[in-house]
Ligand binder design. Structure first.
Ligand code: NDP
Length: 452
């Protein structure tokens, strides 16, 4: 019998907390998974004997490194970069890079852990990783961002590769940053290979990669609603964020006949009671990406809308909600407000945007609630398809990729249903479904490898 065998959930979590001091986000992510997985493995001896959950919750490795760069005034600046390679049991490590002031090892460990389950759910051969730096791209010139990205890749290149670890974008890392990093990798290694995804179409990128996370989250929401003979058409939707995921989620809601009432950023949210039209959304995309502007400017641009500084949009009455900004942006009170206002479905475009207490409110109210690791898997799924296209040196058409994305999201949904049915079959617990379905594939591969 293994040393830690058959400890209860509390004992297991006490161990996780003790081994990861000062890492609340990571502990929170492990707790959310352990709550479901413990129950599932209670009668499965091999998972205990080989300490599978304990091993998935211990990253294969965490690399941290110094990133020096020069700003436009000639000052030397020093940042910290990381790559957390959580688990490569089912394929090369895969997961985004985040450049944000608040990035810490805890945040990246939680994201890499979540990514392991998400990538497993896609059905594609990808392990879980995440990386980034405590670099704030806001207010930096293109040249400063370029110098930072080059310096970052000058260290990262040792740890990644098309069959080892394939990073992508995340908060603060879009097409511009991926281009600079890919260029530097190619320059150092003299190899043109698919080492990053989210690349420009001219150099190996895939069609619909940019749209895939936001679109995928709404396809998942649509599938949940269809099971209840409902649809997005005619529904009012509240969305947070105004970056890649939020704007593409909004685009898909509008496309499917819904009305988008809000968008936000770290400064506050805008409420447009007339609904955000495709033209207004096009303005937001351009404003946020090309002009790197703030969402507050929307209220000056479009009469009838209002900006709420320092607030989050969850008190706005709606039928559907899609948190698409960042972790822990929707707490217990926000969840209660959504339920009280009649919201029937929530799909998370962001990673872990709802706190654990908030999740419990949604589950208790039997809301259709799709956790990020299932609902936002469309992005990494199309990244997986980008890897396949790069390996085969081909490009698939937009139609082919759209069909594959819908198929993958529907499959993820159906696997969540398979593992997430409550015993009385009255409710689908999508969190439990995603956790267990994601766990099983990784766990079984680990069992096959023995103790490594
Ligand atoms: P972007 O950088 O394009 O946009 C992020 C958005 O979130 C911005 O509007 C930003 O506002 C807002 N935001 C960031 N931090 C905070 C904060 N602390 N409080 C409130 N708002 C905040 O990132 P993405 O759209 O790519 O990512 C959004 C979420 O989706 C993240 O959780 C990411 O991990 C997740 N995700 C992304 C995928 C992708 O393919 N891009 C794939 C799967 C998940 P501001 O401009 O003020 O910072």
């Amino acid at each position: 019998m293994a040393i830690d065998d058959h400890v209860d959930l509390e004992g297991f979590m006490n161990g996780v907390k003790a081994r990861n001091p000062g890492q609340p986000e990571f502990v929170q992510a492990v707790q959310e998974v352990a709550e479901d997985v413990f129950d599932y493995i209670s009668d499965k001896e091999a998972y205990h004997e080989y300490q599978i959950l304990r091993r998935i919750a211990e990253p294969d490795r965490v690399v941290s490194f110094r990133v020096c760069w020069e700003d436009d005034n000639g000052n030397t600046r020093v940042q910290r970069g990381w790559r957390v390679q959580n688990n490569n049991s089912i394929g090369p490590y895969k997961g985004g890079l985040r450049f944000h002031r608040d990035v810490t090892e805890s945040v990246l460990k939680f994201l890499a852990f979540e990514q392991t389950f998400k990538n497993s759910l896609t059905g594609l051969p990808m392990g879980g990783a995440k990386g980034g730096a405590n670099f704030n791209p806001k207010g930096k010139s293109d040249h400063e961002v370029m110098r930072f990205c080059q310096s970052f890749m000058t260290e990262l290149y040792r740890h990644v590769g098309e069959d080892i670890d394939v990073p992508a974008g995340d908060i603060g890392v879009g097409a511009r940053e991926i281009g600079y990093m890919f260029g530097q990798y190619k320059r150092i290694t003299n190899k043109f290979v698919g080492v990053l995804t989210g690349k420009g179409l001219e150099f190996g990128g895939s069609l619909i990669r940019t749209e895939a996370t936001g679109y995928g989250a709404i396809y998942f929401l649509q599938r949940m609603l269809q099971r209840k003979d409902e649809s997005i058409e005619g529904k009012r939707c509240v969305i947070s964020g105004s970056g890649n995921v939020a704007t593409h989620a909004a685009e898909k809601v509008i496309h499917l006949g819904g009305t988008v009432l809000t968008l936000s950023d770290s400064g506050g949210y805008i409420y447009d009671e007339d609904g955000i039209s495709p033209e207004k959304l096009a303005w937001v995309k351009e404003h946020k990406t090309l002009r790197r502007g703030r969402i507050s400017d929307y209220a000056d641009e479009f009469k009838g809308s209002k900006f709420y500084p320092g607030e989050r949009p969850w008190s706005v009455p709606c039928d559907l909600a899609a948190p698409c900004a960042t972790q822990n942006e929707l707490d217990e009170n926000d969840a209660r407000a959504l339920v009280a206002n009649g919201c029937i479905g929530v799909a998370e475009g962001a990673n872990m945007p709802t706190t654990l207490d908030g999740v419990h409110v949604f589950k208790d109210a039997k809301l259709l609630y799709a956790p990020g690791k299932a609902a936002n898997a469309g992005g990494v799924a199309v990244s997986g398809l980008e890897m396949s296209q790069n390996s085969a040196r081909i490009s698939w058409s937009e139609d082919e990729l759209q069909n594959l994305l819908v198929e993958i999201m529907n499959n993820i949904h159906d696997r969540c249903v398979e593992y997430g049915r409550t015993e009385d079959d009255t409710y689908i617990d999508y969190v439990k479904g995603a956790n267990i379905a994601g766990f099983v594939k990784v766990a079984d591969a680990m069992l096959a490898y023995g103790v490594v």
